[in-house]
Write a protein that binds this ligand. Structure first.
Ligand code: PA5
Length: 476
């Protein structure tokens, strides 16, 4: 309950260092100046006011998740406790926003080899997040879990997504054939209360159900039951995570951009886009944050990649989000980031205190080129490598900035998620687009329905049948 202590909260507050976005560090040709900030004041104020005015309404219901879930959180914690007692495995069936958040938070806040730990050390069920319909993956899952000891959580906001519903059909069939009447005790549904097919099915089957609030879109849903239930099942303190989100929210209620990291990072990315930086690289220096970069890619790409603005004009905006991992990708991608086209902004995420310290052992006394490593820690090495990348990018005049986490814990992860969600909302407002829809994703979903002959999609099927046929001369 450290998060109830104001001094601890202050110590655990994320920082945003954007020195290396500025002309003073990367030169006038690539960098920003204070003049750019003053020229953007109207845009920044409008974006701030838009987000403030629309909090909790329409598709911005997610802004209230840190505050309005007291009863649900208690229900989730109680459910997680009973799952821990009865089951060895918890399997999430979902895709996109229904899977990326649970994966990211699990990787961030649990032991990095959680599923491989012996039960005595793991203490909580194993977690699997199944976000694909690759038949080999489904078969592999079924090879490693004992269905009698497994609880499934089918998660879909629309209650209609083909991938998730096909997984549900397969698993429910297996559960019924193996467990008969007890099948429904092994399945929890997380979905919309009033729309879609899953809620109807859940009622018919008598499944325990959690709801995804109406104003919470898939990619903004990690802090509702979509993410909170799997997190609680693996022992994560979800109250601390929500407190972290509320802490960041409070910081970002400041209209002064120099004190509001979400507004500032939104402006940095917006100004970068104006200068042709159409690629946003997210590069955490921690394996625990590897899938936060994945989650960010969906949030940023699906929210900001839009063809029309709010007035219906064709704009084709958005940055291509790219995930990278420090230091691993220093040995692959950083060559491109430093010497390739000037089309990227690189966000580094650093961690001040890693949760463990590993010393580099003494040895190779007669080989100074190896021996220089001795007496240091891996902690020092990863930190030095992050600073070295920052230096390398900056001296090559590449826009980069750093988000620093004092440590990785539920409070800082709550802050990080909320920071990115607010940043996305601010940036979408600056771009004057609808941040919260996803017609491109729905286009793909509809085409799949049509190909599978779903009722109501006959017109799409007709259009697909009439599309130009592929020519074998272009297949070699
Ligand atoms: O952000 C979104 O809305 C999407 O990416 C969805 O999360 C994804 O398509 C899955 O949708 P659903 O939760 O309806 O199954």
């Amino acid at each position: 309950m450290n998060y109830k202590n104001a001094t601890w909260r202050k110590e655990m507050t994320l920082t945003l260092d954007f020195n290396n976005m500025m002309a003073d560090y990367i030169g006038v040709e690539q960098g920003l100046t204070d003049k750019d900030f003053s020229a953007s004041k109207g845009l920044v104020d409008a974006s701030f006011n838009y987000v403030s005015a629309n909090r909790g309404t329409g598709m911005m219901g997610w802004t209230e998740l840190p505050y309005n879930q007291k009863e649900i959180v208690e229900d989730i914690i109680a459910t997680a406790k009973s799952i821990k007692k009865k089951f060895d495995n918890f399997v999430v069936l979902g895709i996109g926003g229904s899977a990326l958040g649970p994966t990211a938070v699990f990787q961030a806040l649990c032991h990095l080899r959680h599923n491989e730990l012996p039960k005595s050390k793991r203490k909580f069920p194993k977690l699997y997040v199944e976000d694909n319909v690759d038949p080999e993956r489904m078969a592999a899952l079924l090879d490693v879990i004992d269905i009698n000891k497994t609880c499934f959580n089918v998660v879909t906001k629309s209650g209609a997504t083909s991938e998730t519903m096909s997984q549900y059909l397969i698993i429910m069939d297996i559960l019924k054939s193996k467990l008969g009447d007890k099948a429904s005790e092994h399945m929890i549904a997380t979905t919309s209360e009033n729309k879609g097919n899953l809620i109807k099915i859940a009622k018919e089957e008598g499944l325990k159900t959690f709801y995804i609030p109406d104003g919470v879109g898939g990619r903004f849903s990690e802090l509702c039951p979509v993410g909170l239930l799997p997190a609680a099942v693996v022992g994560i303190d979800i109250k601390e995570m929500l407190a972290g989100a509320a802490h960041m929210d409070k910081i970002c209620k400041n209209k002064n951009i120099k004190k509001n990291p979400a507004l500032m990072s939104a402006l940095l990315e917006y100004l970068a886009m104006q200068r042709g930086k159409n690629i946003s690289v997210m590069m955490p220096y921690a394996d625990s944050l590897k899938y936060i970069a994945d989650w960010y890619c969906q949030l940023w790409g699906e929210s900001l990649g839009k063809s029309v603005d709010n007035e219906g004009n064709l704009v084709f905006v958005g940055q291509t989000p790219v995930k990278a991992l420090g230091v691993t990708d220093q040995h692959s991608q950083v060559q491109l980031y430093r010497e390739g086209p000037f089309d990227k902004v690189i966000t580094l995420i650093g961690v001040k205190n890693y949760r463990t310290t590993v010393e580099i052992s003494k040895g190779c006394d007669n080989i100074p080129d190896v021996n220089f490593l001795c007496g240091h820690t891996m902690n020092e090495l990863i930190t030095a490598e992050r600073e070295a990348t920052e230096y390398a990018l900056t001296t090559a005049n590449r826009m980069n900035y750093t988000i620093m986490l004092p440590e990785v814990n539920a409070f800082t992860i709550g802050q990080l998620l909320f920071l990115f969600e607010l940043e996305t909302a601010y940036c979408g407002a600056m771009l004057n687009i609808n941040t919260f829809n996803q017609p491109g994703v729905e286009g793909g979903k509809n085409a799949t329905y049509a190909l599978f002959g779903r009722k109501g999609y006959e017109q799409t099927k007709l259009e697909m049948d009439n599309a130009p046929k592929k020519d074998s001369k272009y297949v070699i």
